[in-house]
Design a protein around this ligand. Structure first.
Ligand code: C5P
Length: 253
C-alpha cells in the first residue's frame, strides 16, 4: 500500500500522515463525460493528486477514466460500492486492482464472506488497493432501516456494527459521514482508514448536503481523507479553491 497511516495529532489541526506533503483531499469527479473529467484533472493535478470516479463517470466512460488519471501520476478512488455474490465481487475487485485503482468501496451489508472475497480479489495483485466498507447510506435513516429494511437497530449502531464487520473481514477502512467519524474512530481504532464526504469549507455557500463538516472539523474528528466535490469542481477557480482548502488544513486556519 502506498499510503502510510499516521493519525492526526488531535491538537486541533491536521498534521498529516506523511510529514510535509500529505494531502487528504480527494476530488469527486461527478461529471458525465471524459472531457469534463479530464479538464478538471488537468486543472487540479498541480494541487490535488487523488480523484474519485463514481458510478456516473464510470458508467459513461469506463476504465479509460482510470487509466488516464493514473497516466497523469494521480491516484484513483473507484467508488462503485460493490455488492453481489462473493465470487462476482472477488472478480470485480481483482479487475479494478489490475487497472491500478488505489482505493475502492464495497457494501459491508454484503456480509463477511463477500467482504473476505473482496480482500482475496485485491490480494491477487502485489499492489492491493485500500478497500473501504460502505456502512449505512446517509439517505437511510433509522425509520427506513427498521420499517423498510427490517433491521432493528439505530442507524448509528448499525454503522458501527458494519464498520467493525468491515475491519474484521480484512478491509482497511470505511466511508463515514461527518456525523459518524467520532463513533467509528473510537470503535475501529487508529489504524482504520476513514474517508469522509459531505465536506464544506466555511467560505463555501453551496448547502444541499445536510450532514456536513468543514475540512478541519472532519480531520480533527478523525477522518484521514476528505471527499470534496462541488466546493472545488463548481468553484469559479477550482485550482484556487483546492489550494485554499489544502493550505488551511496545513495551517489550521
Ligand atoms: O459535491 P459534493 O462535495 O457534495 O460531493 C460529495 C461526493 O461524495 C459525491 O461524489 C457523493 O456521491 C459522495 N457521497 C456523499 N455522501 C455520502 C456518500 C458519498 O456526498 N453519504
Amino acid at each position: 500500500m502506498t499510503i502510510e497511516v499516521t493519525r492526526n495529532s488531535g491538537e486541533g489541526f491536521f498534521v498529516g500522515r506523511q510529514a510535509g506533503d500529505y494531502n487528504p483531499i480527494i476530488v469527486a469527479l461527478d461529471v458525465p463525460s471524459w472531457q469534463q473529467a479530464q479538464d478538471l484533472v488537468v486543472e487540479l493535478s498541480p494541487v490535488v493528486d487523488f480523484f474519485k470516479i463514481g458510478m456516473e463517470l464510470f458508467t459513461a466512460v469506463g476504465p479509460k477514466a482510470i487509466r488516464a488519471i493514473k497516466a497523469e501520476g494521480c491516484k484513483v478512488f473507484l467508488d462503485l460500492k460493490y455488492h453481489d455474490i462473493p465470487n462476482t465481487v472477488k472478480g470485480a475487485v481483482g479487475a479494478a486492482t489490475a487497472l491500478g485503482v488505489d482505493m475502492m468501496t464495497i457494501h459491508a451489508s454484503g456480509g463477511r464472506t463477500m467482504l473476505q472475497a473482496a480482500v482475496a480479489g485485491a490480494n491477487e495483485s502485489t499492489k492491493a488497493p485500500i478497500l473501504l466498507g460502505v456502512t449505512v447510506l446517509t439517505s437511510i435513516d433509522t425509520h427506513v432501516l427498521q420499517s423498510e429494511l427490517q433491521v432493528q437497530a439505530e442507524v448509528t449502531d448499525q454503522v458501527v456494527h458494519l464498520g467493525k464487520l468491515s475491519i474484521g473481514s480484512g478491509l482497511q477502512g470505511v466511508v463515514a459521514s461527518p456525523l459518524e467519524i467520532t463513533n467509528l474512530r473510537m470503535a475501529l481504532g487508529d489504524e482504520a482508514v476513514i474517508v469522509t464526504p459531505g465536506i464544506r469549507p466555511p467560505w463555501d455557500e453551496r448547502g444541499d448536503q445536510r450532514r456536513v463538516a468543514t475540512p478541519q472539523e472532519a480531520i480533527v474528528q478523525g477522518a484521514d481523507y476528505l471527499v470534496i466535490g462541488r466546493p472545488i469542481t463548481a468553484a469559479k477557480d477550482p485550482r484556487a479553491a483546492a489550494a485554499r482548502i489544502a493550505a488551511e488544513l496545513k495551517t489550521g486556519d
